[in-house]
Design a protein. Structure first.
Length: 348
């Protein structure tokens, strides 16, 4: 699918005018055997290489707002662009990624979850990794139910993480998820507030960080809920507005772009898009893959992003991303799958 393969034949049709990259953390490579959150991490070396590779492919790195502005220009004036975005506000965005991006003069956006920056909410995926790494068995309780996961061996740890992750984001409600992971952390002696403080930029950090014109801060709700799981549009609005209010009070700014927490298809529905538009955002981004073109603005509250992640840290994969062909195939397959599911439901 790379530009040296079949996708090169379709690149002119599928590459689009721009691309927004999703990142979370930038950290030195680790030799730990158990790394279930590796998907969320890339190395500083890969970040540097990717910036050079994308520029060599003819893209200019711009701010997210500038990228959106370019999509409104006539096609002849639309130079190819790339945007870097970081979700959640990890300290390594400042300590590891920023020096590289500053040196290379690359603008970027950090999407801030306000209660993470207040160090008062649960990084449940990190908590879960720590609990499984440090124990031979893990019990997560909610209501009268106990979920027990053996995790003595590496294989068991990986299986436990996958099963517990699915339970936390699919079987439990948002409120149950938070209660269950907090209780588990406290039961096993893990200070989840200290963990959040250790990993996430405070509002004081963000205020200083935001002094550089290369840095833009965006909205990412207050406690990082999966918005589509919430019972009403008003609940969605409250979580988004709470994050906005905190950023305005603590930083004196009002973000114009929203990143939906999680951002995959089950996490973002039409209600989310309607709320984002009603609240006056210029645009909202998902984590659903795809490149950008002028037509993307017709659905500006459901913009795609491309994941730079720890599972695919190689130049060939970045080349595949830039062709856009893989995303066209992905969305076509998803439409076919959804259509087949609809047919099966009707038959049932």
């Amino acid at each position: 699918m790379s530009s040296s393969g079949p996708a090169r034949l379709f690149r002119a049709m599928t590459a689009g005018d721009g691309v927004i990259f999703t990142l979370h953390r930038v950290l030195p490579a680790s030799d730990r055997m158990f790394q279930p959150n590796k998907l969320l991490e890339i190395t500083p070396e890969f970040l540097r290489e990717t910036v050079g590779q994308v520029r060599d492919a003819g893209y200019e790195f711009v701010s997210l707002e500038e990228g959106l502005r370019r999509l409104e220009l006539p096609r002849a004036e639309r130079n190819k662009f790339a945007v870097l975005t970081f979700d959640d506000g990890y300290k390594d965005n400042r300590d590891v990624a920023y020096p590289i991006l500053k040196e290379l003069n690359v603008p970027f956006t950090v999407f801030v979850t306000s209660e993470y920056s207040n160090h008062n909410s649960e990084l449940w995926w990190v908590i879960l990794e720590r609990l499984i790494a440090d124990n031979d068995s893990l019990t997560i309780r909610h209501r009268s139910t106990s979920l027990v996961y053996p995790c003595a061996t590496l294989e068991e740890k990986n299986e436990a993480f996958g099963a517990a992750r699915d339970a936390l984001i699919c079987r439990l409600t948002e409120e149950e998820q938070r209660s269950a992971i907090r209780d588990a952390a406290e039961c096993y002696g893990l200070d989840w507030r200290a963990l959040c403080k250790d990993l996430i930029l405070s509002f004081e950090d963000l205020r200083e960080f935001n002094q550089d014109p290369l840095v833009t801060l965006g909205a990412h709700t207050d406690t990082h809920p999966m918005l589509a799981r919430l019972s009403s549009a008003e609940d969605m609005r409250q979580h988004i507005q709470s994050g906005l209010d905190e950023m305005k009070d603590r930083l004196g700014l009002e973000p114009v772009v929203l990143a939906y927490p999680y951002g995959f298809p089950a996490a973002v529905d039409e209600r989310c898009e309607a709320v984002a538009e009603e609240m006056g955002f210029v645009a909202a981004v998902t984590t659903q893959p795809g490149t950008l073109r002028a037509g993307s603005l017709k659905r500006r509250f459901h913009l795609p992003r491309v994941s730079l992640n720890g599972m695919h840290q190689n130049q060939r994969m970045v080349d595949v991303y830039l062709t856009g062909a893989a995303f066209v195939a992905y969305h076509a397959a998803r439409r076919i799958r959804n259509a087949l599911r609809g047919v099966m439901k009707q038959k049932a």
